[in-house]
Design a protein around this ligand. Structure first.
Ligand code: DQA
Length: 148
């Protein structure tokens, strides 16, 4: 069994109603359903959304007990949370950062991710499908790097 922690950061609970021209019409619940369907047998997905930095950090730490990989959209924390970056680096669980929007085509403050350097990769700009692409990359990485 491969266990994946999916973390959604601040304001992503508003997906489907929030700035639809940027983030689309799909709700967070629908994205979570798509991830579970895409994961298929042998992969367990646990999803958590929080608007609080500390909660996200606690979940990353807790992941040490059970998670083989983390798929994370840190929302605006992407651009300034050294604490989340340190948590990802500290637990050493392979992590993929995803964004619905193409952060590189938007405001300058979104061009920099302080978390991406400690991730195995970043997917940005494919709407809700960024999550599916990120999951695919993460699962491939985990299966290619398994030691057990
Ligand atoms: C986002 C991009 C961030 O810059 C922004 O703060 C978000 C959403 C995205 O998925 O495109 O909240 O992470």
């Amino acid at each position: 069994m491969t266990n994946i922690l999916v973390l959604h950061g601040p304001n992503l609970n508003l997906l489907g109603t929030r700035e639809r021209s940027i983030y689309g019409h799909v709700s967070l619940e629908a994205i979570d359903r798509e991830l579970v369907a895409a994961a298929g047998e042998g992969v367990e997905i646990r999803t958590i959304q929080s608007n609080h930095e500390g909660k996200l950090i606690d979940e990353i730490h807790h992941g040490r007990m059970w998670a083989d990989g983390i798929l994370m959209n840190p929302g605006a924390f992407t651009h300034y949370s050294y604490a989340i970056r340190d948590a990802v680096a500290g637990v050493a669980i392979p992590t993929v950062e995803v964004h619905l929007s193409n952060v590189h085509s938007r405001e300058a403050f979104r061009h920099r991710s302080v978390i991406a350097p400690v991730c195995i990769g970043q997917i940005s700009g494919f709407g809700w499908r960024s999550y599916l692409l990120g999951l695919e990359g993460l699962l491939s990485y985990i299966s290619e790097n398994r030691t057990d």
